[in-house]
Design a protein around this ligand. Structure first.
Ligand code: SAM
Length: 857
C-alpha cells in the first residue's frame, strides 16, 4: 500500500488552519516589512539581536525527534542512537566537508530528544545516513520514535502529567503533544507501557525470565477490575479533542501507535467544551488524587439506584490553541509573503474563550499550559492577561527553575496592537498598511471616525487585545525565538488554579475585572437546566466575550456545536448512547464539514458474555483480567470482530454520558480481534475447523498493539519460549512451517492446540537486551508472527542488524535496481508493500489510515 506524498505544497492547511504554505522560496524573498515593523514595535528582542533573529528564520529547520515509549525501550533505543548511529555518523564527509552528526537536544530530559540538519541529498547518497534514516522511519512507524519539532515538545513537559491525572488536550490534532501526554500517563515504572511496541515489549514481572519466580509470578488475586487496574493500567484519563473532524481521525491514527486504555478522542469546539459527567463517588476519589477507583459496576448490568452525577474537573489541561503560526516561518515559508497582524488579532477571541473554558474545567491545584507557535502578543500575553483578569483564583507559574537549559525570554508586559488597514496613500484598494494604536482609547476614537470604518462594516476589536492595568505577572510567560537554540518561535504560559476557595461572584464584579457578557455554551445551558448536580459554583463566571466581530483575518472554521455553525446543514445524530447513561435524547450533530456525527456506539460486554469467557479460556488469561472493561463498537452490541479495552474512568465516562453529545470518536484500545483466516489455511477451512470444535463464538486472538496491556493477565505456563533461530524464521517468512523453527520451540509448541500463542524470546544480553514478547498464530501446518510489516522490519533491523523480512527484501531489491526503495527520505512516499494477505488477515491494516507525513509536524 503506497502512501501518497502529503507534506507541503501550496494551499496545504497548516497545523492551525491559517492559509499558509510550505513551498520553498529563495532567501531573497524572505522579507516582510510589516512583520518587521510590527515585531520591532513590540520590542520582543534587544535591537542588537534583531538580525540574528531574522537570519535564523531564513535557515532550514533541523529535523528533530524524541525517543518515546517506556523507559526500558527508550533507554535501549537512545543508547543505540548514541553509541551506534551518532558514532558512525560522526565521520561523514561530503565534498570535503564534515557533516554534523545527530546531537542530543541539551534541554530535553534524559537526553531523549535529538536533532540533525542534513540536506536531503546527503541522506539519499550517504549509506550511513540512509541507514540511520531507515531506522528512524521504522521506529517512528512503530511508535518508539516521535518526529516532532523541538519547541512543540515543550508544553507537555511543563504540564507535568502523572499516571493518575485526568487530562484534557483541548486542541489536540494531529497529536504530537497528545502522544507525549499519553506517555507521561503511562510513565509509572510499575505499569506495562503500551507505548512500547511488541518489538521490545516490557515484560511483566511474572513473565520475565530474569526475575525470580516468587510472588511476582502469581497473577493478582483479586477479581475486581479496579484492583487489577491498579496493577496494570494507569487510573488517569486523557481526553484529546479537536474541532476539525478530519483532524480527529489523524489524531486517532497517530495515537494508534500508542494504544492506551485511558484515551478518549472527542470532536468538539473547545471554547464550549461541555462538562463530562461522572458518578460522584468516582469524582471524589479522583479529587483526592489517590489514583484508586471504585468499581463502577460490571459491564452490561444496569445499576438500579440512581447514581449522583457530578461534572468532571481536570488535573491538567493543555490549550495548544489554533494560532497564526508565525513562529513556524522556517517550515511554512509562505508566511513570509502573507503575514498580517490581522491573523493574530482575528484569533485572539477564540483563543481567549478556549483558555477561559479550560480554566472553568480545572480542579483547584490543577495546571493549564497555554501555548502557541506564534510570537504575536495579541495571541499570547493579551490572551493570558485577559483570561487571568476575567477569572480570579489563577496565577502564572514562574518556570525558570524548570528545564534550565531551555533558552527563553520572559513574556511581554506591554505591547502595541495594530490593525491592517487599506493603505491611505495607495490607489490600490487591496493594498494594506499597518496602523498602531497604543491605547484602546486611541483605537476607539479612530474607530468612531470615518477612517476607522464605522459604517463600513468593520467590527470593533476587543479591548482585551490591549495591555490592561494590574500586574498579573506576564513576564512569567516564556518566549522562545529561533536564534536562541536553532528552533522555531514559540510561546508557553503555565497557569495554576489556587487551592483556596474562589471569591464570590459579587466580589469579582466589584474588582473591576472586565467581564464581557456571559455567553454560555449551548450544551452547558442544557446541562445546567437538566441536572442540578451538574451546576458548578462558578457558572456565573462564564465571562466569555462576544465573538470577535473583527473580520480582517482568516477566521478558523466553525466548530461542531458552535453558534457559528448554526447556518450549516443539520442532520440527526445516530445510534443510542451505548447502553445506560444515555443523555437527554437526540441532538442534531454537525461536524466541521457539515456532515453528521456518524460514529458507532460503545457497548460494554457483560463479564460473563460467552465470547469474553471464550477469550479468557482460549487466550490463557488469568481470572483477574478486567473482563467487564471490554466493549464492542457496532449498533447491535454483538462481539462480531473487535473487542476494545478501557480503564475504569473511561468506562464510567462512556456509560454515563451520551457519546453523541460528547462527540466521542474513539475510546480505549482494541485488544482482541476475531481471526479471519488461519495463517496459511483458507478462511473456509478455518471456519470449518472452528465449527468442528463446536466453537461458535469464533476464535479471537490478541492484537499486537493490545499485547502490552493484556500481558500481565496471560498465564505464565501458556507462554512458549522462543530462540533466535525461530525469531529469524518468523521474520523471514510470512507463514513458516514449524519444522523450520528451533528444536525446543518446535517441541513445546508442537503439542499445543492451534490458535493464538504468546512467545517470549529471553534476553541474551547481546542481541536482545530485554525479553521480547510477541503474539503468534498457530495453524495446522504453519505459524504467523502477528505483528505488522513495519514492526517486523523495525524488529529485524534492531535485533538482526538487517531487514530480513519479505517487505525489506523487496525494498532492497527495488533500491538496488535503481528504483526508490527502503525507507523514504523526509517527506517522500513510502515504498509500496508487497502483495499479500497477511496483514489483512491479521487485521492490522488500518483502512482509515491517513497520510502519516501530515501527522508529523
Ligand atoms: C496548533 S494545532 C494543535 C497541535 C496539536 N496540539 C499537536 O501538538 O499536534 C491547533 C488545533 O486546533 C484545532 N482547532 C481550531 N479551532 C478549534 C476549536 N474551536 N476547538 C478545538 N480545536 C480547534 C485545529 O483543528 C488544530 O488541529
Amino acid at each position: 500500500m503506497a502512501r501518497k506524498k502529503g507534506r507541503g505544497g501550496p494551499g496545504r492547511k497548516p497545523r492551525n488552519g491559517a492559509n499558509v504554505d510550505s513551498a520553498p522560496i529563495s532567501k531573497d524573498e524572505m522579507h516582510n516589512e510589516k512583520f518587521e515593523a510590527y515585531y520591532k514595535m513590540q520590542g520582543i528582542l534587544p535591537e542588537d539581536e534583531w538580525d540574528q533573529f531574522l537570519q535564523a528564520f531564513r535557515e532550514p529547520l533541523p529535523t528533530t525527534f524524541r525517543v518515546a515509549g517506556c523507559r526500558q525501550t527508550a533507554t535501549v533505543l537512545n543508547d543505540l542512537i548514541k553509541n551506534t548511529y551518532a558514532a558512525q555518523l560522526n565521520n561523514v564527509h561530503v565534498e570535503g566537508e564534515k557533516v554534523q552528526p545527530p546531537t542530543q537536544i541539551p534541554w530535553y530530559p534524559e537526553g531523549l530528544a535529538w536533532q540533525f540538519n542534513v540536506p536531503k541529498k546527503v541522506i539519499r547518497k550517504e549509506q550511513d545516513f540512509k541507514r540511520f534514516h531507515s531506522f528512524l522511519v521504522f521506529e517512528t512507524d512503530v511508535g518508539n520514535i516521535s518526529r516532532q519539532e523541538s519547541v512543540s515538545m515543550v508544553p507537555p513537559l511543563f504540564l507535568d502529567v502523572k499516571p493518575h491525572h485526568l487530562v484534557l488536550d483541548m486542541c489536540a490534532a494531529p497529536g504530537s503533544k497528545t502522544a507525549q501526554l499519553l506517555e507521561a500517563i503511562h510513565s509509572s515504572p510499575h505499569l506495562p507501557n503500551p507505548t512500547s511496541t511488541p518489538t521490545i515489549t516490557e515484560c511483566p514481572s511474572h513473565l520475565s525470565s530474569s526475575l525470580p519466580d516468587s510472588s511476582a509470578s502469581n497473577p493478582p488475586s483479586s477479581t475486581t477490575p479496579s484492583s487489577s487496574e491498579e496493577l496494570t493500567f494507569p487510573t488517569g484519563l486523557l481526553i484529546a479533542n479537536d474541532s476539525d473532524h478530519k483532524r480527529t481521525h489523524m489524531l486517532i491514527h497517530q495515537s494508534a501507535r500508542l494504544p492506551s486504555p485511558v484515551l478518549v478522542v472527542t470532536n468538539l469546539d473547545a471554547s464550549i467544551f461541555p462538562f463530562v459527567r461522572i458518578p460522584a463517588d468516582l469524582g471524589r476519589v479522583n479529587t483526592e488524587g489517590d489514583g484508586g477507583e471504585k468499581d463502577g459496576g460490571s459491564g452490561g448490568e444496569t445499576t438500579k439506584t440512581k447514581t449522583k452525577m457530578i461534572p468532571l474537573h481536570f488535573d491538567r489541561i493543555l490549550c495548544d490553541v489554533p494560532c497564526s503560526g508565525d513562529g513556524t516561518l522556517r517550515k511554512n515559508m509562505g508566511i513570509w509573503k502573507k503575514w498580517s497582524c490581522a491573523d493574530g488579532n482575528g484569533l485572539h477571541s477564540l483563543q481567549l474563550r478556549i483558555l477561559q473554558r479550560a480554566m472553568r474545567m480545572l480542579k483547584p491545584g490543577g495546571r493549564i499550559v497555554y501555548s502557541t507557535c506564534s510570537m504575536n502578543p495579541a495571541e499570547n500575553e493579551a490572551v493570558v492577561g485577559a483570561a487571568l483578569r476575567s477569572i480570579p483564583g489563577f496565577k502564572l507559574i514562574d518556570t525558570t527553575p524548570h528545564l534550565p537549559l531551555l533558552l527563553r525570554r520572559p513574556g511581554l508586559t506591554t505591547w502595541i496592537p495594530a490593525l491592517s488597514i487599506p493603505n491611505p496613500t495607495s490607489t490600490d484598494k487591496k493594498e494594506r498598511s499597518i496602523k498602531f494604536f497604543p491605547t484602546y482609547a486611541s483605537y476607539s476614537e479612530w474607530f468612531e471616525s470615518d477612517g476607522g470604518g464605522k459604517g463600513g462594516g468593520r467590527g470593533k476589536a476587543l479591548e482585551s487585545l490591549w495591555p490592561m492595568s494590574g500586574d498579573v505577572g506576564l513576564e512569567r510567560c516564556m518566549r522562545i525565538y529561533p536564534h536562541l537554540q536553532d528552533t522555531g518561535g514559540f510561546f508557553v504560559a503555565v497557569l495554576e488554579k489556587e487551592l483556596a476557595k474562589p471569591v464570590e461572584p459579587k466580589k469579582r464584579q466589584a474588582s473591576g475585572i472586565p467581564a464581557p457578557k456571559a455567553k454560555k455554551p449551548k450544551l452547558e445551558q442544557e446541562e445546567e437546566g437538566g441536572e442540578d448536580d451538574m451546576v458548578e459554583d462558578d457558572v456565573e463566571e462564564a465571562v466569555v466575550p462576544d465573538p470577535n466581530p473583527h473580520t480582517e483575518s482568516n477566521t478558523p472554521t466553525p466548530a461542531p456545536g458552535s453558534e457559528s455553525n448554526k447556518g450549516g446543514k443539520q442532520q440527526k445524530g445516530k445510534g443510542n448512547g451505548g447502553g445506560k447513561g444515555k443523555g437527554k435524547g437526540r441532538r442534531e450533530e454537525l461536524d466541521e464539514t457539515g456532515g453528521d456525527f456518524n460514529e458507532n456506539p460503545y457497548i460494554y460486554l457483560a463479564a460473563d458474555d460467552p465470547v469474553v469467557q471464550t477469550c479468557i479460556k482460549k487466550l490463557h488469561l488469568t481470572p483477574s483480567f478486567p473482563s467487564s472493561n471490554l466493549f464492542v463498537r457496532n449498533p447491535t452490541g454483538q462481539p462480531a470482530r473487535s473487542l476494545y479495552l478501557t480503564n475504569e474512568i473511561v468506562k464510567s465516562i462512556l456509560q454515563n454520558n451520551d457519546y453523541e453529545r460528547l462527540r466521542i470518536t474513539s475510546a480505549g484500545t482494541r485488544v482482541f480481534i476475531k481471526q479471519q483466516g488461519d495463517g496459511g489455511v483458507s478462511k473456509l477451512k478455518a471456519a470449518e475447523a472452528a465449527e468442528e470444535e463446536g466453537n461458535t463464538t469464533g476464535r479471537f486472538r490478541i492484537l499486537s498493539e493490545g499485547l502490552p496491556l493484556v500481558l500481565p493477565f496471560v498465564e505464565k505456563e501458556s507462554v512458549v519460549e522462543g530462540d533466535m533461530q525461530t525469531l529469524r524464521c518468523l521474520l523471514e517468512v510470512y507463514h513458516p512451517l514449524l519444522e523450520r523453527c528451533g528444536e525446543r520451540f518446535r517441541n513445546e509448541l508442537g503439542g499445543r492446540p492451534s490458535g493464538n500463542h504468546v512467545v517470549r524470546f529471553p534476553k541474551d544480553g547481546d542481541t536482545l537486551t530485554h525479553d521480547l514478547l510477541v503474539p503468534i498464530w498457530k495453524s495446522n501446518v504453519s505459524l504467523s508472527l502477528m505483528i505488522d510489516k513495519k514492526a517486523k522490519s523495525a524488529l529485524s533491523l534492531r535485533v538482526l542488524g538487517e531487514d530480513v523480512t519479505v517487505a525489506g527484501k523487496v525494498a532492497a531489491e527495488a533500491a538496488s535496481k535503481g528504483r526508490r526503495g527502503g525507507a523514504p527520505v523526509d517527506g517522500d512516499t513510502v515504498v509500496a508493500e508487497p502483495e499479500d494477505d497477511e496483514a489483512v488477515d491479521a487485521g492490522e491494516v488500518d483502512e482509515n489510515a491517513e497520510d502519516v507525513d501530515d501527522v508529523m509536524e
